[in-house]
Design a protein around this ligand. Structure first.
Ligand code: HEM
Length: 400
């Protein structure tokens, strides 16, 4: 693991840009983006040996550019390991196979399909809130609500039994540890630590094949379009992708609503519009890494083959060429942001994320009169993710 300490037992990534190696920089990277954007929309960092892209149009073009390839997990040294199984998830693939699998999954992520989860989300949220306040009204919003809740929702949807929650949490942590590389290659990690994940998801697909349930895995098996490895590896990836991002969206929402004093006076009919501005203002995924397949032009820069390109979505969403007063939070702005990506890899879970966040926030408004964020919050240590490791809050539950 390549780590550098930022003090206070807070570890940051070696491959992080220097200005994002402090707590303050990780919590608020927008000053650095602004400075970089004002000089040029694309920079080469000789220390990190990567090309950083900051302008909205350039990041959007980069996300859509077929010459900027996904970085798969498996390489020649670890091709027979668990990474090879997990690599079958659409997030690690390009081309025809990606489009074909994504088309099959997409049927089940359309707004019409996921609306059937509304009641499940509401029920899981209320249970989670009851559990959170059981030991007092002051708690860590991340560990009590924002982390477990989206995980419970996506596990239900995919078909992973509720009782396996602790196991899944353990695997997500392990996955993030063994792929702990941020903007560099995944090699020399420890893929064997993920063999339990592979065994579990292979067995789960087998068991649903023998005994179908009302869940995504069973529906995909019944469709007979995708093989079991594609179904199992993507099932794991939906859980992975559907958890951390939504955790950050929820924590960022509470942070912003408190900071700008919108929590108590919010008009619930406007929640969906406010969420779009939260997604722009503090995008949960700030950056995506790609490798150039061939010499590629981005903005004014011609980038050679086999180079790492970091597309800073968080900076693009604050570009003044596209958003007026980009550093001002304007709840009614309803921006056309790229927090869910762009092009063929655009987030398949966006409708689910929007539905979930909307229901969870509305349930919070009905449950708590007010939520105040304590100053002792800790930002996430990864520059590509903007959110909170800990978000201590003081809550005022409404009278029943
Ligand atoms: C606020 C929540 C979310 C945010 C901000 C977000 C953001 C993104 C972004 C930016 C991408 C594009 C990545 C790239 O181009 O490299 C992406 C892809 C993806 N997201 Fe999400 N996501 C969220 C929630 C979810 C949820 C709930 C799921 C559940 C299934 C999900 C599943 C995926 C998958 C499978 C991909 C890969 C799609 C592909 O490669 O074709 N995401 N997401």
């Amino acid at each position: 693991m390549s780590e550098a300490s930022a003090g206070d037992d807070f570890e940051v990534y070696e491959s992080a840009p220097t200005p994002l190696k402090t707590k303050a920089g990780l919590h608020d990277p927008f000053g650095w983006y602004k400075k970089m954007r004002s000089q040029s929309s694309v920079h080469y960092d000789s220390q990190r040996e990567v090309y950083d892209v900051f302008g909205f149009q350039q990041v959007k073009n980069g996300l859509q550019n077929d010459y900027l390839a996904r970085k798969s997990l498996a390489d020649d040294s670890n091709r027979t390991t668990s990474f090879s199984y997990i690599d079958n998830a659409i997030v690690w693939m390009d081309g025809t196979q990606h489009n074909r699998s994504k088309g099959e999954f997409f049927k089940y992520f359309r707004p019409g399909e996921i609306n059937e989860f509304e009641n499940t989300i509401r029920e899981l949220t209320t249970n989670q809130l009851d559990q959170a306040v059981a030991n007092g009204t002051d708690f860590d919003f991340v560990s009590e609500i924002a982390e477990p809740l989206p995980l419970r929702v996506i596990m239900r949807m995919v078909g992973v039994p509720d009782d396996d929650l602790d196991k899944v949490i353990e695997w997500l942590l392990t996955f993030r540890e063994v792929t702990y590389s941020e903007f560099s290659d995944f090699d020399s990690q420890q893929p064997e630590r993920l063999s339990n994940v592979v065994d579990y998801f292979s067995d789960l697909v087998d068991s649903r094949r023998a005994n179908p349930q009302d869940d995504l895995i069973s529906k995909l098996i019944a469709d007979e379009e995708l093989d079991d490895i594609t179904i199992g590896s993507n099932a794991f990836n939906f859980i992975l992708a559907g958890q951390g991002t939504l955790t950050s969206l929820l924590a960022n929402s509470i942070y912003i609503l408190d900071k700008f004093d919108y929590y108590s006076g919010i008009d619930q009919s406007q929640v969906d519009v406010v969420l779009e501005e939260i997604l722009r203002y503090r995008s949960p995924l700030q950056a995506r890494a790609r490798k150039t397949d061939r010499q590629t032009q981005i903005g004014d820069m011609s980038i050679p083959q086999c180079e790492t390109v970091i597309l800073w979505i968080g900076s693009a969403n604050r570009d003044p060429d596209v958003f007026e007063n980009p550093d001002t939070f304007i709840p009614e702005r309803n921006p056309d942001h790229i927090a869910f990506g762009s092009g063929s890899h655009t987030c398949i879970g966006a409708p689910l994320a929007r539905l979930e966040a909307s229901i969870i926030l509305k349930t919070l408004f009905d449950y708590f009169e007010d939520i105040t964020v304590r100053d002792s919050y800790i930002p996430l240590a990864k520059p590509s993710d903007l959110g909170f490791e800990k978000l201590p809050v003081k809550t005022e539950p409404k009278e029943p």
